[in-house]
Structures are given as structure tokens and as C-alpha cells.
Design a protein around this ligand. Structure first.
Ligand code: NA7
Length: 542
């Protein structure tokens, strides 16, 4: 009770200094006039783009929509060099934002939040860090990313390996030299398919250990089309961005509103070929409306990609291993690549199918599968993340009645709108589970949450409201809705990290919201307009 009446150290503590944390800090400090403290584990800003420095790392969103939109000047001033932004350039951009808006003075780097506890007598959060900080704040906001806890699989013998090994998601800041080395890459998700072609060009020999074959689409990456940006984008930025905000995936592209099954085979092929030629998100986003919900429609696209693989890879045995036949296109995270399949035509690259001959152990000299032992100088784990919930569980977050978040979410995350979870008043998650998050162009979803949260905090301040907490019924209904919209989609037909299937023992629950960013934004806005329906606003505490 000692804290009663005492003001908190900060209005808000934000965890993380990636896109979400930087944007939240700026908005709350500059527009709400709040005191904000950000804690960041890394020694610089950037979040995902600080840690994922592996060769070939780049974003799958085209650069002109992978950015903050709060500043017209920033939008006009910043020039991306690539069609897709590459990791070093995104990191430079985020550093530029931090400097330009003087954000660093409220960020404490090299500091990991270890615990956060809701103090019921004062309705404040008490936050502790590994640097010995112990501070209070009225609000706790997580900007910790959805894919930020690396998954190094528990394979027997890793400690005995005498070569170098790395995980793509915590890549060293120093240059990793592949020259003259025999390298293994385990994993063929986004990080694998981006890094494999680059490593293949530098290493003496590269062995790719593949568990699940993938559908991947050429990115058609290159330098940015300046004419397009100067003539079509910059003069119309607000319009372009509005289109992205109300779209399905956060991109300003038009979807083909026809069914893949209502057109002739020739028309379908023509559409797929046109999309393939454009590449990347334009192939994925502009496809027929029923690819993600109708298996027969989906089969047409899945087979189209399989045929492309057959055309691109020359060795028939390798083709067989590469063909994805056990899951439909789009049921795992759609991938876009640069020279991925071509890489298997190189003399120094081999593909090892570990679905049929699983890895048994890592030995001092390499990797032993059921069939064979291979020798390596280096192993690259491109084995993904404990997505959506892993980073939350690394902290001891406790709400009312000392309930831990880990306990509350033991059967899978439960949230209202992916923004709050019952039992944890005054805590908000930016792109939390139950929101479009990873199924969308992240900055669009991040900024929507930032603005929505900041508006609510302002509403509370104006109304002298001390605490806000999602209502139990609202949360239950939202969780049911998230499941209901996911159920008929292709997403339920693969073992993916969206479902937690990549982490042994993790509950199989579809975590992001598949209803589309435009629909989701509309729901959030309506809820706010109705006085924050489904949230309990309490003026009484503190
Ligand atoms: P992903 O997409 O989770 O890919 C991880 C890959 O590693 C995938 O091919 C997995 O096979 C494979 N994997 C995972 N665990 C193992 C074990 N134990 N043994 C062998 N292979 C394994 O992670 P990424 O880093 O590539 O991408 C993450 C996201 O970042 C991406 O989707 C974008 O949003 C950006 P599986 O398919 O599970 O059989």
C-alpha cells in the first residue's frame, strides 16, 4: 500500500525499440505529451532488423509501403534503393527515424525486461530489468515483435560440434566468412530461402537440410523503379497508404475478384504467368479470391508452382525432393525468393531430405542423419522462431491475482483484438496474437495499433480513467471469432508456426487474425466509437 497516491515513474513503459516501440514512443511523447521509457535488449534500435543480419535478409513488402507514415516529410524525403528493402537499409532507416525524431533519449539499450507485475492497490505496473531497474508506470506496452525468439532445435550433440554455428535470427554483427567452407543450412523457411542462394555463391560447398519442401515465388528484386516512385507513389502517397490500410494484407494492390474456377484453364494460366512475371507480393496478393479458402482453386495455383519448379531445376531427383505436395500453397507462410530454385543447379549445392532421413545427431565434425554422416565447417540454423508467444514467455508478466501470462495462455494465447488480455489491466500488445500482425504488411498493422492505443490512452486521460481491461465475454467472443475465420482457410492444413506446430509441445492454436487488415481496422474503430465496447474502463483506482 506504500505506493498509494504516489505518481508512477513513467506514464508508459514500452518494451522493444523496433518499428513498434519507436512508433509508440514518438506518438505518445509528441502527441499525447506522456512520459515514456523504452527498454531494448539490443545495443541499437531496429528489433527484427537489428537481429536478423543473415546474408540475403530482406523484407517481402515492397519498400515504398514498408515504412512509417506519420510524417509526410519523412515519406517524401526517404529514398529506398531496392524494390524490396534489404536488412542493412531498413536498419539505417530506423536509425534515421530514431535520430530525426530524437527518440534515443527515452530508450535504454542493452536492457532486457525480466518481469512486469501489475500492482492491484495502485493499478500501476512495476517493471524490472536485468540491469537492476525497478520502475513503475501506469501503462505497459509491448513492442516485442511476433517473430523474435529464435528456435534452435534441441538436437543431440550440438555442444560437441567443433565448427562454427549460427542462428539466422541472432546473426553476428561481424562478417561471417563462408569462403572455402563446407556449410550446412538447416531449414527452408523465409530465412533459409533468402540466405541459401547467397551462401551458395560464397561457400565451397553447401548442403541444405530440408524438412518440408516449399512453394516460393520469384521476388523480381532489383533496384527501385525511380520513375514509378516519383510519378505514381510520392505525389499520391496518402491515397496509396489508405488503400493499403483498408486492404486484406496491408498492400495497395487489387485482388482478382474472380474465382480461379470460373475462368478457363487458359485464362487462369495467363493470370498466373502474369503474376509470376511481376513476382513477389503481386503474385501472392493479386491472385484469385478463392485461393486461400477453396482447395480445388488452390490446387490450380499449387500445381502451377510445382510446374515452375520442374522447369527450373534440372536434376530429376532434386526436383522430386523440392516438390511441395503435402500442404497447399499459402498454408505455410508464403515465400518470395531470389534465385532459390536455380541454386540447386549449382555444382556445389546438394539438397538433403530430412523428412525421410531425419537428423539423428550433430557430431564433432558435422551432422548424422538416419542414412549418412556429413562433415561441415559451419552449420546455419534457419530453423525459425517460437513465434507470437515465445518472447512474452521469456518475461515473467503477472497481472491481477498474481496470474502469470504464461499460465493464462497455457492452452494458447487468448486476447481481445490482440490488444489486451483479461487479467492484465493497462497492458497493451502491439500486433499481439489475435490481430492480423504476421499475416499483413507489418508497419501498417503496427501503426494501426499505435494510433488506436494512443487514442484510448488520451480518452482515458481526458475522462480521468485510471485503468482499462478487456472484458471476459468480449475476449471469449473474439477468440471464437479468430478461430471461426481461420477454420475454413488453407492455413489449417499445414504444420506451420502460425499454429505453433514448429515448437515441440506448443498448443496447436491458430494465432494471428485472418479476417484482413481492413475489416479488422473497421472493427477496432467501431469498438472505439462505441465508447470502447468490450473494455472495462475504471475511474476508481489509484
Ligand atoms: P520458419 O518459416 O519457421 O522456417 C523454419 C524452417 O526450419 C522450416 O523449413 C522448418 O521446417 C525448419 N525446421 C524447424 N525446426 C526444424 C528441426 N527441428 N529440424 C529440421 N528443420 C527444422 O522460419 P524463418 O526464420 O525462415 O522465417 C520466419 C519468418 O520470418 C518468416 O515467415 C517471415 O515472416 C519472416 P518445417 O517447415 O517446420 O518442416
Amino acid at each position: 500500500m506504500a505506493n498509494l497516491g504516489k505518481p508512477p515513474d513513467f506514464d508508459v513503459v514500452v518494451i522493444g525499440a523496433g518499428f513498434a516501440g519507436l512508433g509508440m514512443l514518438r506518438r505518445l511523447r509528441e502527441e499525447n505529451g506522456m512520459s515514456v521509457q523504452v527498454y531494448e535488449t539490443g545495443d541499437g534500435v531496429g528489433g527484427t532488423w537489428y537481429w536478423n543480419r543473415y546474408p540475403g535478409a530482406r523484407c517481402d513488402s515492397e519498400s515504398y509501403v514498408y515504412c512509417f507514415t506519420f510524417s509526410k516529410e519523412l515519406l517524401q524525403d526517404w529514398d529506398w534503393s531496392g524494390k524490396y528493402p534489404e536488412q542493412p537499409e531498413i536498419l539505417s532507416y530506423l536509425n534515421h527515424v530514431a535520430d530525426r525524431f530524437d527518440l534515443r533519449r527515452n530508450i535504454q539499450f542493452n536492457t532486457r525486461v525480466t518481469s512486469a507485475r501489475f500492482l492491484e492497490d495502485t493499478s500501476l505496473w512495476e517493471i524490472e530489468t536485468d540491469q537492476g531497474d525497478r520502475v513503475t508506470a501506469q501503462f505497459l506496452i509491448t513492442g516485442i515483435g511476433c517473430i523474435s525468439s529464435g528456435n534452435v532445435p534441441d538436437i543431440k550433440g550440438l555442444d560437441s560440434f567443433q565448427g562454427e554455428w549460427y542462428h539466422t535470427g541472432s546473426w553476428p554483427h561481424e562478417k561471417v566468412d563462408f569462403a572455402g567452407k563446407r556449410v550446412a543450412v538447416i531449414g527452408t523457411g523465409s530465412s533459409g530461402i533468402q540466405s541459401i542462394p547467397v551462401i551458395a555463391e560464397q561457400a565451397e560447398h553447401l548442403s541444405v537440410f530440408q524438412r518440408t519442401p516449399q512453394y516460393t515465388v520469384p521476388a523480381r528484386h532489383g533496384t527501385v523503379d525511380r520513375k514509378f516512385i516519383e510519378e505514381k507513389i510520392k505525389p499520391n502517397y496518402e491515397e496509396v497508404l489508405e488503400k493499403a490500410r483498408w486492404s486484406v494484407g496491408g498492400f495497395p494492390i487489387d485482388r482478382d475478384e474472380r474465382s480461379a474456377l470460373e475462368v478457363t484453364a487458359e485464362e487462369r494460366l495467363e493470370a498466373y504467368e502474369a503474376g509470376w512475371a511481376e513476382g513477389g507480393i503481386r503474385f501472392l496478393g493479386a491472385s484469385f479470391k478463392d485461393i486461400s479458402v477453396d482447395r480445388r482453386a488452390n490446387d490450380t495455383m499449387s500445381e502451377f508452382i510445382r510446374n515452375k519448379i520442374r522447369e527450373m531445376v534440372s536434376d530429376p531427383e532434386t526436383v522430386e525432393k523440392l516438390l511441395p505436395t503435402d500442404h497447399p500453397f499459402g498454408s505455410k507462410r508464403p515465400l518470395i525468393d531470389t534465385n532459390y530454385f536455380d541454386t540447386y543447379n549449382r555444382e556445389n549445392v546438394e539438397l538433403i531430405d530430412i523428412r525421410h532421413s531425419p537428423i539423428q545427431e550433430i557430431t564433432p565434425n558435422g551432422i548424422r542423419t538416419e542414412d549418412e554422416e556429413y562433415e561441415f565447417d559451419m552449420i546455419v540454423f534457419a530453423t525459425g522462431f517460437d513465434a507470437m508467444t515465445g518472447t512474452y514467455f521469456k518475461m515473467d508478466i503477472r497481472g491481477r491475482n498474481d496470474l502469470s501470462l504464461k499460465e493464462k495462455w497455457s492452452e494458447g494465447p487468448k486476447t481481445y483484438l490482440g490488444l489486451q488480455t483479461v487479467g492484465f489491466p493497462n497492458m497493451f500488445m502491439i500486433t499481439g496474437p489475435g490481430s492480423p500482425s504476421v499475416l499483413s504488411n507489418m508497419p501498417v498493422s503496427i501503426e494501426q495499433h499505435i494510433d488506436w492505443i494512443a487514442d484510448l490512452l488520451q480518452f482515458m486521460r481526458d475522462g480521468d480513467i485510471k485503468s482499462v481491461e478487456a472484458d471476459e465475454n468480449a475476449e471469449t467472443a473474439w477468440v471464437a471469432h479468430v478461430n471461426e475465420v481461420a477454420e475454413p482457410t488453407m492455413y489449417m492444413l499445414a504444420d506451420s508456426w502460425y499454429l505453433g506446430a514448429n515448437i515441440p509441445g506448443k498448443p496447436r492454436v491458430f494465432m494471428p487474425y485472418v479476417g484482413g487488415v481492413g475489416n479488422y481496422r473497421k472493427k477496432c474503430n467501431e469498438i472505439a466509437d462505441n465508447g470502447y465496447e468490450g473494455f472495462i474502463l475504471d475511474a476508481g483506482r489509484r
